[in-house]
Design a protein around this ligand. Structure first.
Ligand SMILES: [Zn+2]
Length: 674
């Protein structure tokens, strides 16, 4: 995997899309909105509800959503803007740029519900036939060529070499599960067992939709569950995966073949166009031993069932409504608590973003992201970097030599703001109007081979991982860069017209958050060039762990719902980044406004406005089902604790709101890392 650390979990990448209800066209929302607060709540007792109580009352979770938040609403607004761009491109007559033609044709094909409905499962017929024709387990690599990138068996892609950050190498990783995490297969207890039964029932229904008789479909579903459970047992946990060296095992193809003998890796690599592959990184060796054992143990019929399931599962959202609805009933309703399926246009906008994101993004930034907004964001980044330099220099627990390396790394961080300098070339990807499934399949094929084509070449450090309309941000450990797409640099998260305080509390805090990732428990294992190499002295490492442990302990006590608590080991990196990020933003804001006389606005002091700007960036609510899902898969704490957990540790907050020492948000014992 790329070790990137994002600001928010993108649940849509795991399950069904998580976007929002129809909204009126963009209207200007302030970064700090007094009417979103609940002033009847004491900020020293529950700062989140004080900042967001009004927002939460006014913004119930829409029926097609599993959660609702300031970020979700902004995403919804961006989607409405993208819809306008796509409808325009789809209807455009005559000559226009190729990128507009492609996104227009893709969108029009996706919106053609009648054509999709008419095809039913036959849209997948050729691939279903290929599975049916499988003559022996030795031929699995042939089918894997097209099925792996649709979610079956394992993952294969290219990635930056952990050991040599200038090079791209091949990488094999665990995968092949239908549920969003290995924990779902192995967890004990009545709730977990109930969910597994519902999953098997869902798999059975999907087989029935493919035309299998119920008793056959029932057997097949149990087979799928048996195979996936074995693969889950061989998979690494999310917490184990947070230690990058657990994921670095470079070996030759011969060594890999010995590790995982029942699958012909040479045949697979030849088929995907890499006959001479010298070596690769096997991220999870135990998984590949396991899958080899399962291939030996299970017969050909069982594998056919497993592959058919993954084919239909991976394509359910592009099939006729019977498939779409059954898929939503389990993953959207049962697992996330959403009440309604999203309208077709939203799903189609998301598909274009996923398959042609930089073509759509090009059209988006032309319309919605000014050169001025880019400049202002960039200068805020520079100020936060300056604050971090100052902060590192003054850290009481870090030795001079580690400080020197940290400062060197900080100056090496590349700032990617808004959109890429060079747009991705989609000319080799054929998009045909009226061929929805064909477009989806060709787009996946194109992306898979685009990735593999990098193997053996020098890393392109200018490439972007997120598309420009994305409402999220990330730090990339290996490329050593921060990414702020145009989609997240919009009101009410970022507004150059607002007073500085809430802007720094909100987007400033996010910039600080991403920067500190380069130095947290995960990021600090990568050096200035992005190589997996420890550059900390042992005692500095211990000092860091001690302070980070304080944060982990603090968050582990927070209850998500009934018996579910935060897994402080999973959320450690993000919790530390939230705290460090807001501290740096505070320093940067203070220095930005050093010579200014700041007056209260709406009865709130500048300091209070800084913190409320931060608190209001986390306004939102989450359905219980979704809370459970996130507790398992999300390395971020729930929004309430992203607000309260951070201010609890800041004496600056206690001062701003004159909290009595000992109040819930002003404890005597505080944690501090940065
Ligand atoms: Zn983060």
């Amino acid at each position: 995997m790329r070790t990137t650390q994002v600001l928010l979990l993108s649940i849509s990448a795991l399950l069904v899309p998580a976007f929002a209800q129809d909204l009126p066209p963009a209207h200007h929302l302030p970064v700090l909105d007094v009417s979103s607060m609940d002033k009847s709540v004491d900020p020293c007792v529950d700062f989140f509800t004080y900042s967001c109580g009004g927002w939460i009352r006014r913004n119930p979770i829409p029926p097609d959503q599993s959660s609702w938040s300031v970020y979700g609403k902004l995403q919804d607004q961006n989607q409405a803007q993208l819809r306008g761009i796509l409808e325009n491109a789809a209807g455009l007559p005559g000559e226009h740029p190729a990128y507009l033609q492609k996104i227009g044709d893709y969108y029009a094909s996706c919106m053609d519900a009648k054509a999709v409905e008419g095809l039913g499962a036959t849209a997948l017929q050729a691939q279903l036939d290929a599975i049916e024709k499988l003559g022996s387990k030795d031929q699995l690599p042939d089918l894997a060529v097209n099925l792996v990138y649709q979610g079956a068996l394992f993952r294969f892609r290219s990635d930056q070499d952990y050991g040599d950050s200038t090079q791209v190498i091949a990488e094999a990783d665990q995968g092949g599960l239908g549920l969003p995490d290995r924990d779902y297969y192995v967890k004990e207890g009545a709730k977990a067992e109930e969910l597994r039964q519902a999953y098997v029932a869902h798999v059975q229904k999907m087989f029935e939709l493919l035309g299998d008789k119920p008793p056959v479909a029932s057997r097949e579903a149990k087979t799928v569950m048996r195979i996936e459970t074995e693969l889950a047992r061989g998979s690494m946990t999310r917490v184990e995966r947070r230690t990058p060296k657990n994921l670095y095992h470079k070996m030759t193809v011969e060594e890999f073949q010995r590790l995982s003998p029942e699958f012909s890796w040479h045949a697979y690599f030849t088929k995907v166009g890499l006959p001479e592959l010298p070596s690769l990184n096997v991220e999870t060796p135990a998984f590949f031993q396991k899958i080899s054992n399962v291939i030996r143990k299970e017969n050909l019929g069982a594998w056919k069932a497993y592959l058919r399931w993954h084919l239909v599962h991976g394509n359910a959202r592009f099939l006729s409504s019977a498939f779409v609805n059954e898929d939503f009933n389990f993953f959207g309703k049962r697992m996330q608590g959403s009440e309604e399926l999203q309208p077709r246009w939203k799903r189609c906008v998301e598909d274009v973003d996923s398959d042609l994101g930089e073509a759509l993004g090009q059209a988006y930034v032309e319309k919605y992201f000014s050169a001025e907004a880019k400049q202002q964001a960039l200068s805020m980044v520079r100020e936060i970097e300056a604050a971090m330099r100052e902060d590192i220099r003054s850290l009481p627990w870090m030795s001079p030599e580690t400080k020197e390396s940290a400062l060197e790394k900080l100056s090496a961080v590349r700032n990617k703001i808004g959109y890429p300098d060079r747009w991705r070339d989609y000319s080799a990807l054929e998009i045909k109007r009226g061929d929805e499934m064909g477009n989806v399949q060709r787009a996946r094929h194109f992306e898979f081979h685009r990735q593999l084509a990098k193997i053996g070449k020098t890393v392109d450090r200018l490439e972007w991982g997120m598309t420009p309309p994305t409402v999220n941000a990330e730090y990339d450990d290996q490329r050593v860069d921060i990414n702020f797409p145009a989609g997240v640099l919009q009101p009410p998260l970022f507004d150059p017209a607002s007073d500085a305080a809430p802007n720094y509390g909100d987007t400033g805090g996010t910039i600080g958050h991403e920067l500190t990732h380069g130095f947290d428990d995960e990021g600090r294992q990568f050096d200035v060039l992005g190589n997996l190499r420890n550059w900390w002295t042992e005692s500095d490492g211990k000092e860091f762990d001690k302070r980070a442990g304080c944060v982990s302990e603090q968050y582990s006590k927070y209850v998500i719902l009934d018996d579910v608590k935060i897994n402080g080991k999973l959320t450690l990196g993000e919790d530390v980044a939230d705290l460090g990020g807001l501290l740096l933003a505070y320093m940067a804001w203070k220095s930005h406004t050093r010579d200014q006389k700041l007056d209260p606005i709406d009865g709130l002091t500048p300091e209070q406005r800084f913190f409320i700007g931060y608190g209001q960036s986390w306004c939102g609510s989450v359905r219980d089902e979704e809370k459970r899902l996130r507790a398992t898969v999300d390395p971020h704490s729930p929004d309430k604790y992203r607000a309260n957990g951070v201010v609890t540790n800041m004496p600056e907050f206690q001062q701003a709101f004159r909290c009595k020492t000992g109040a819930p948000m002003a404890p005597e014992k505080r944690c501090r890392v940065w």
